[in-house]
Design a protein around this ligand. Structure first.
Ligand code: GRF
Length: 193
């Protein structure tokens, strides 16, 4: 299965996924990094890993559809079959949703439907949650609202600082995302037989 990762920021999940592909823990071909932030650190990681980058600034387009159509052109060129969102800070629009039905997934640092949107961990801490976690879900037109694929909870030890919790959440993500993608891709291949 050929897939693209979408990221707007640091790209630590992107790198973890790329590593898993290299190690053979994730059977698939990571052919493209798509970003809406040409200056994102994720782009540097892609360059270091030798993975092609598609970087368009949405501001250079007259509409979301025009922006996504430009991305879609590149996705078709690279024969991308699945879209993997990892810190892509933008809603997916109808152009990509229609082109990849049930083939777009996202990772989110909370137990959805709790704390969708930005700074999920901050929201969880703010409301005094004793348990948080990570969710991987299919993407629909909403913000962090599609059907859940897998969730992993994490019990927050008393007195922990945000930084410490964040590190654990990231380490869960970096293991869970490659593992889950490997399963989804295997299932997709099975179904297409
Ligand atoms: C992750 O916590 C992910 O769950 C969220 O955005 C963050 C991206 O981190 N959607 P990184 O860019 O992969 O380091």
């Amino acid at each position: 299965i050929k897939f693209a990762v979408f990221a707007s920021g640091s790209g630590s999940n992107f790198e973890a996924i790329a590593q898993a592909v290299r190690d053979g823990r994730l059977q698939g071909e990571l052919v493209l990094l798509v970003t809406d932030k040409p200056g994102a650190y994720a782009v540097k990681r892609a360059e270091a890993l030798g993975i092609k980058v598609c970087a368009h600034n949405p501001k250079d387009f007259t509409s979301k559809s025009a922006y996504e159509t430009a991305i879609l052109e590149m996705l078709h060129q690279k024969e991308v079959e699945w879209l993997v969102l990892a810190g892509y800070m933008r809603l997916i629009g109808t152009v990509l949703l229609q082109a990849y039905p049930k083939r777009i997934v996202n990772i989110h640092p909370s137990l959805l439907p709790a704390f969708p949107g930005k700074d999920a961990l901050g929201q969880a801490i703010e409301s005094g949650m004793k348990v948080t976690g990570v969710t991987i879900h299919y993407v629909d037109e909403g913000m962090d609202t599609g059907p859940v694929i897998v969730q992993e909870p994490f019990k927050i030890p008393d007195g922990w600082e945000r930084d410490e919790i964040e590190q654990v959440i990231h380490s869960i993500e970096h293991r869970l995302y490659p593992e889950t993608l490997n399963r989804l891709f295997a299932e997709a291949l099975e179904e297409s037989k």
